[in-house]
Write a protein that binds this ligand. Structure first.
Ligand code: PGA
Length: 223
């Protein structure tokens, strides 16, 4: 059975109270079906404000669940108003999403900044989960996990075909040292298995559907 990565990207959603409700609901499901986690690495990426809430929750759980951040400063600590640096993130998380297309669209992130962020992740022993929109994107080393996320599929309810996503994953693996390629874009509990059963895909990154605890739990179950 291949190893699967299931990443929840909460984006800019959830207050503390909403996150507590989600965790409570999610725990109920997980307790009932912890065995379904055996080959699955589940990483929850909440907004920065919720990292301190999730950390003790994860520690107290019996199953393996990891926390990731959604972004990282391209700089070390210092005078960079509003930025959260790798050393700060490492206190709470082991993984970090880098280069999401929404960061490029709304915050003007370019390839150079993305490369700096990957380097900061490495320096602080955080695993970068690098998002790319196509197979032509330059992949800075040492990216171990890449998420193929076509823009037309993000938040639209129109996922790519599993066959095309698989072909792109294959191409990415052939031309880089990337070990795992995930698919992201309108993944639901109804379509997740079509992606995870493809030979070159190693999991999924889930946006909107991860905001509902039951739906995210179903995604893990069906993956
Ligand atoms: P979506 O988002 O699942 O809501 O389409 C995916 C993503 O942006 O990573």
């Amino acid at each position: 059975m291949k190893k699967l990565w299931i990443v929840a990207n909460w984006k800019s959603n959830k207050t503390e109270a909403e996150a507590k409700n989600w965790l409570q609901e999610f725990s109920i499901f997980i307790r009932q079906s912890a065995d379904q986690f055996s080959n699955k690495e589940v990483i929850i990426c909440p907004p920065f404000t919720l990292l301190p809430l999730l950390k003790p929750y994860i520690i107290n759980q019996k199953f393996s669940l990891k926390i990731g951040a959604q972004d990282i400063s391209p700089f070390d600590e210092g005078s960079y108003t509003g930025e959260i640096n790798g050393k700060q993130i490492k206190e709470f998380a082991d993984d970090v999403i880098i280069g999401h297309s929404e960061r490029q669209k709304y915050f003007g992130e370019d390839q150079e900044i993305i490369s700096q962020k990957v380097a900061q992740a490495q320096k602080n022993h955080l695993m970068p989960i690098l998002c790319v929109q196509d197979e032509k994107t330059l992949i800075p080393e040492p990216a171990t996990i890449v998420v193929y996320e076509p823009i037309s599929a993000i938040g639209t309810g129109r996922p790519d075909t599993p066959e095309n996503a698989d072909q792109i994953a294959k191409n990415i693996k052939e031309k880089s040292k990337v070990l795992y390629v995930l698919y992201g874009g309108s993944v639901t509990s109804g379509n997740v298995s079509k992606f995870t059963q493809m030979p070159n895909l190693d999991g999924v990154l889930v946006g909107a559907a991860s905001l509902i605890a039951k739906e995210f739990a179903e995604i893990i179950k069906n993956a």
